[in-house]
Design a protein around this ligand. Sequence first.
Ligand SMILES: Cc1ncc(COP(=O)(O)O)c(C=O)c1O
Length: 488
Amino acid sequence: MDLVLPPRTRDMPATQWLRESIRGEILAGRLRPGTRVPSTRELAIQFDLSRGTVVDAIEQLGFEGYLEGVVGSGTFVTTSLPDELLQLKPLPGHVQAQTSPPRRRLSNFARRAQPYMMFDPRVPRAFRTNLPALSLFPTELWTQVTARRLRRAPATLFLGCETFGYRPLRSTICDYLCNSRGVSCTPDQVVITSGIQESLDLVTRVFVNPGETVYMEEPGYPGAAQVFEAAGAALKRSPVDNEGLEIPPGGFHDGSLIYITPGHQFPLGVTMSIRRRLELLDSASRSNCLILEDDYDSEFRYSGHPVPSLQGLDQRGIVLFGGSFSKMLFPSIRVGFLVVPSDLVDRVEAVKSLTNRYAPVIDQAILNDFIAEGHFGRHIRRMRQVYGERLSVLLDLAQKELAGELEVSPVQAGLQTVGWIKSRFNSTRLAKEAEQRNIELSPLSRYGTSEYLRKGISMGFASIEPTEIRRGIKELAAIVEKLRTGRR
Ligand SMILES: Cc1ncc(COP(=O)(O)O)c(C=O)c1O
């Protein structure tokens, strides 16, 4: 790469200018330790200097300890620059780093936005939530599909795609949703997003003005709540019973957005009953509301009859359906989809085109091949079995070792379940003690404010191997005993 250096003043000799400028860049931290500097020949051409002038400057910087030569590779900024050197004042002509940042004018949106971070770089341990079994992902197959796709890629694959995404993937996802999730749609209604988080943002931009009402479950998914709050929505939380979201006694506020997770309620794990689904659709349509159905992990169902999606039951076009490959494959893929009613396609397209234009096309093409060649279906079936077995191990062990103290719910779907504490201590205390023994528990109080949540913890099982589940339960039994009896 070319070096960017401050302009040379007329009265400064060329060697001195080059030496001081490069030194200044290093001291200011713009040329970082380990960076390769261009060769003397390249520098001479770039700055229109004689080779001898450049060689002198570079040699001098070498003597001073700023640059070092590596035989056969070139010249580099010294990797171990002493701290005193880096703290020296920049040379004249360089902008002095400001000590306090200037006062910034922020948008109302930016002022309201709170960060929502889910990424945890540590190796999953008992009982990490929201994660599929990454070690069981067929990486070898994915590599083959990727290599084949790139070898056979037509030039148009590098050109781009429509705002709603790579058309073959939209068709493939449409078929999958119609067959497996009971969704009714055409490929024209399917938008490829970078996961449900983008779908939430997109739906909020299209439908929610500041001050307007958005309903969601209590407890519910914070990643959604924070999007609605950042948009300035008036958030109303409705409790969840064993049939799913309760419909507010007076019905919904006219024209609101209702965000729900009916397949596997986040975080309680309840599957919304058919009766409640029909009541919800009826009540929402009477109040001219739109529903966003978040189907983040309900592909993994272990018991009970598959329940058709809310979108598939909807005859009036009031449900948007959001899904994601974060749980079905792996989270870093960052590919999801949103199904929108046909009459809203234009508006959603206009808004999406202004944000990230379209999802990365090559990733979409690889994913499409992976699904179309049958690998996706096989992986889901295999994982459903593995996760089902892991859930059974968790339930059996919890029953044996924790009975009466921590009751673990037998969920029908998803990657995690909930444990309810029967003793006097609360879940925050339990999670703190568990952390000391290298166990992760998510207190339900993170997801809502209701008093009863203080007794609940979210427990993941899908990404945890049975030996680790065993260790986790043994440790939990010891912690529970300690907290119950107050013994050290
Ligand atoms: C309920 C729920 N919705 C949405 C998401 C976000 O999914 P994505 O990774 O597709 O953005 C998550 C992530 O864990 C989730 O738990």
